[in-house]
Design a protein around this ligand. Structure first.
Ligand SMILES: [Zn+2]
Length: 107
């Protein structure tokens, strides 16, 4: 099953052949087709947070700048979320420890 090899003109939006360098309708030169960047890269910021986000962005920034930026944003947001969860976990843990301590343990 062959995929339809078409893209849309960056100027007029006409559906043109994926290999076309110039739009058949308006004659505007097309930007080179960006290499597909796999969404699997999201695993990097997922596991390594902002550091993984920076790596994923750096590796893919030339191939797909928009998606590369998404990895970076995801890494940054994910870091904040994990940070909040971590702080909440510590707070809950401290509260749980201090409330379950037996009163007789105190002098
Ligand atoms: Zn066009």
């Amino acid at each position: 099953m062959a995929e339809r090899k078409t893209k849309y003109c960056s100027n007029c939006g006409e559906e043109i052949d994926v290999r076309a360098k110039i739009c058949v309708k308006c004659g505007v030169e097309q930007a080179p087709l960006l290499e597909k960047v796999s969404s699997i890269w999201y695993l990097l910021p997922f596991w390594f947070m902002i550091i993984g986000g920076i790596i994923a962005w750096f590796v893919n920034k030339d191939r797909d700048p928009k998606k590369a930026r998404n990895f970076l944003i995801f890494g940054a947001i994910w870091s904040v979320i994990v940070g909040i969860i971590y702080v909440l976990f510590i707070v809950v843990l401290i509260t749980a420890i201090s409330s379950t301590t037996c009163p007789s343990c105190y002098p």
